[in-house]
Design a protein around this ligand. Structure first.
Ligand code: BES
Ligand code: MN
Ligand code: MN
Length: 463
């Protein structure tokens, strides 16, 4: 595949402009106000897959946002790569913190991206990374370089838990049959440190409600005599970690797999600079579970975090009030072997247990999913490793990520195939945050590397 660099060089402006067009449509899956935009985005993805050389593309309706499915089967005796990605994006708020509007993509340079990065919601997560696969496909079909069969499954509900995709996968085993699943929806260590994601954390997401008195009360007339739900909620939340930042829910760590000293030593070899890490976040110190490094805390260890908390008066000025209710949204990131449903139950039981008699507590489970780890001796991993070696000139490092793509473990259970996570984003790309962006260098590097994966995978598969 000598001409891939030339092909990218000749077409890169178009590749960038096509992605910009895709980013202009606000496909926010969580907010029903954007339903039509989500639908419109699925139609654009369909057209782009057809243009890229898929023989058959369809929009598959679900009980929620649709799934775009496309394929090109060239020879049944050859292996099949199933590409998964998502065209939905996170809500853009807080909008006022964006330096340019989230759905009006612009190219700006940053310290990490001197050649420019596209700023828009979804630029990296996951429209930009998903679209690399569409353009890699275009290159392969237009240049007679497609070595195997390809299927695309691009969904519109990843950011809201992939509930309908799970049903789709369960009902379509034959359609989705494949030899490897390829996803670009993660990151890599740095532009000069390529890495392949070998693990994802699981997730349990719950909402809690603490109710005290039957109405909001005057905080002078009643203060001190009745339970204040906000005081109680914050106290309960604080008790979920001990002084070593271990989680106090009984049974929480029972299934957590401890890594061997060798595995931890291997992990510690990945380049990491604590000073730069702190500087990038404007913090004076890191914080976390005693006995583990920063990289361990955010990948191989489970966590519990409040994602939002509300109640009482938060408007202008002061209002003296004891609220009737207080709320919080809490996520637990889980590691392989922890079962998200079991953890959700443990949380619920514990949270109800620690509530004082003066309040009532409700725990409402949201979505969740299992973690994932993949071995590095599979032909999929080996093919990815060779692909990065071709285009980065060095062997990529295996790295377990802290993020979650819950559907990946379901793919393994339902379709019996391994997932390879070839991510090209950087931690500094601000996914889910204001000013999300995706480096143009990373985008083009992804388009260059993906066809190499196809080539190596097909060769290793035939052996
Ligand atoms: N692409 C991310 C997950 C990710 C990002 C994994 C970077 C590894 C590195 C995905 O879109 C995402 O945001 N997942 C959610 C979970 C989902 C159920 C909402 C997450 O991790 O919070
Ligand atoms: Mn994503
Ligand atoms: Mn995301």
């Amino acid at each position: 595949m000598k001409n891939i660099s030339t092909y990218i060089e000749n077409n890169k402006d178009r590749f960038i402009n096509e992605l910009i067009e895709l980013l202009k449509v606000p496909s926010v899956s969580a907010d029903s106000a954007y339903k039509d935009d989500v639908l419109k985005t699925s139609e654009i993805v369909k057209t782009r897959l057809e243009e890229a050389g898929c023989d058959h593309v369809e929009i598959c309706k679900t009980d929620g946002h649709p799934i775009v499915y496309g394929e090109k089967i060239i020879d049944k005796s050859l292996p099949t790569v199933l590409v998964y990605g998502h065209y939905d994006v996170q809500p853009a708020d807080p909008i006022e913190l964006w330096t340019s509007p989230p759905f009006e993509p612009v190219i700006k340079t940053t310290e990490t991206h001197p050649e420019g990065a596209i700023f828009a919601r979804g630029a990296c997560d996951d429209k930009g990374q998903m679209y690399m696969h569409v353009k890699a496909m275009e290159f392969m079909t237009k240049n007679n370089e497609l070595p195997c069969n390809v299927k695309f499954m691009i969904e519109g509900e990843e950011e809201v838990g992939s509930v309908n995709l799970a049903t789709f996968v369960k009902n379509n085993h034959e359609k989705l049959k494949n030899d490897v699943i390829l996803i670009s929806d993660t990151g890599m260590i740095a532009k000069d440190v390529p890495s392949i994601t070998t693990g994802l954390r699981g997730l349990s997401y719950v909402e809690v409600e603490v109710t005290g008195p039957n109405r909001d009360l005057h905080s002078g007339l009643y203060g001190g005599a009745v339970a204040n739900p906000i005081n109680i909620l914050t106290k309960m939340i604080a008790s979920l970690h001990d002084e070593n930042n271990h989680i106090t829910i009984p049974g929480f760590y029972d299934r957590v797999e401890e890594l061997s000293t060798e595995e931890r030593a291997q992990m510690a070899k990945a380049p990491f600079n604590l000073d730069n890490y702190k500087k990038a976040l404007d913090i004076d110190a890191v914080y976390g579970e005693a006995g583990y490094t920063t990289n361990e805390r955010n990948s191989i260890r489970p966590t519990l975090d409040v994602n939002g908390i509300w109640g009482g008066y938060t408007g202008e000025g002061a209002k003296t009030v004891i609220a009737s209710k207080a709320f919080a949204k809490i996520s637990m990131r889980l590691v392989p072997n922890q079962d998200w449903k079991e953890i959700t139950e443990l949380f619920q039981k514990h949270f109800e247990n620690i509530a004082p008699e003066a309040v009532t507590v409700k725990v409402k489970p949201h979505h969740g999913g299992q973690g994932y780890v993949t071995p590095i001796d599979s032909i999929g991993y080996q093919a990815a490793s060779k692909a990065y070696t071709d285009t980065f000139g060095q062997t990529p490092i295996p790295q377990r990520s802290g993020g979650s793509i819950p559907i990946v473990s379901l793919f393994e259970d339902e379709l019996q195939s391994k997932t390879i996570l070839m991510g090209f984003g950087l931690d500094s790309d601000a996914i889910h945050s204001p000013n999300e962006h995706f480096g143009i260098w990373n985008y083009l590097k992804g388009i260059e590397t993906i066809p190499m994966f196809y080539k190596h995978f097909t060769a290793l598969f035939k052996k």
